[in-house]
Design a protein around this ligand. Sequence first.
Ligand code: ZN
Length: 135
Amino acid sequence: MLPNRVDHIGVAVTSLADTITFYEDIMGIKCAGTETVADQKVNVAFFPVGDTELEFLESTSEDGPIAKFIENNKGRGGIQHIALRVPDIKAAIAGLKAKGVQMLDNEPRYGAGGASIAFCHPKSTGGVLLELCER
Ligand code: ZN
């Protein structure tokens, strides 16, 4: 039930192509892959760094959550969420709800990279969009 690592950090970007160029050519980190997650209206690129990962998110739609984040952030990208790896996401959701945490997802759903994910409401986490992630 307890989180055991930072699975990834989710970063909203305005251009995935520019981001991939910067992290590959300047930072020297190899992109491990890209994916489109239709129901979250995002294109995603994964950059493993040590035992965690940077997850870059580009909106595919003006009404998607990443587009709204960028709009609220004065048109700039930035850190959008932090994901903690849990061994059993259903148990983690139940445990947090029992402690009064408000969840955006009461059931696990599909996340980029094939993970099973659920978001906690920022109201319950001091303003951070916190993702639980089981792989
Ligand atoms: Zn994520």
